[in-house]
Design a protein around this ligand. Structure first.
Ligand SMILES: Nc1nc2c(ncn2[C@@H]2O[C@H](COP(=O)(O)OP(=O)(O)OP(=O)(O)O)[C@@H](O)[C@H]2O)c(=O)[nH]1
Ligand SMILES: [Mg+2]
Length: 178
């Protein structure tokens, strides 16, 4: 008999925001990934893109195992978004701050997963702030306040394990206080 609790967490957000990188940074098992050579606009930035899903696992507390699922960023794979979101207890939305309209990018995922997030929790991780510092954290909080959807927002470098764990801690905390 095992007294492990398992929780499903989704990493979503625009292409290149760092979903695959984040899961790889913290997974205790060899991650499962579905990278394909990028042929479209992604190709200018990086060589591969997720076409199905990422999967990894991390134990955060004794007995609490997080099952980490990464969605594809590209809209043309969005049929996978709904499949992966089923039964998730938390959403990590990664936003690439170096793209032209990061707040609009964020809105795509807040809108798409609205019902799922309302029934669970979300945290927003702003990535690539070394490339572009604007919009700043205040702008994100102001935007969320306008939408009347309050979620924690933090800047992260998803290549750093501590940063990704901080996102997950914040997500789990916001669930505890619901
Ligand atoms: N400069 C900079 N690069 C970063 C940062 N975080 C992640 N990266 C890089 O950004 C890229 C993110 O790529 P992926 O992890 O494949 O992104 P993804 O969200 O899985 O993308 P798709 O699967 O195509 O939707 C990687 O090359 C990372 O090394 C950051 O804070 N600063
Ligand atoms: Mg990916």
């Amino acid at each position: 008999m095992s007294n492990m609790t398992e929780v499903k967490i989704i990493f979503t957000g625009t292409m290149g925001a760092g979903k695959t990188t984040a899961i790889n940074a913290i997974s205790e098992i060899k991650t499962i990934s579905t990278e394909a050579v990028a042929t479209d606009e992604t190709a200018q930035r990086k060589e591969t893109t997720t076409v199905g899903m990422d999967y990894g696992e991390v134990t955060v507390d004794e007995g609490l195992v997080l099952r980490l699922y990464g969605t594809p960023g590209q809209r043309r794979f969005r049929h996978m978004w709904e499949i992966l979101a089923k039964g998730a207890l938390g959403f990590v939305i990664l936003v690439d701050n170096a793209r032209p309209a990061p707040l609009e990018d964020l809105s795509i995922y807040l809108d798409n997963f609205k019902n799922h997030i309302a029934a669970s929790a979300a945290v927003i991780g702003v990535t690539r702030t070394d490339v572009s510092a604007q919009p700043d954290i205040d702008a994100y909080y102001q935007y969320l306040a306008e939408r009347e959807e309050m979620h924690p927002v933090m800047t992260v470098d998803v290549r750093r394990r501590e940063d990704v764990l901080m996102l997950l801690d914040s997500l789990l905390l916001s669930r505890e206080f619901e």
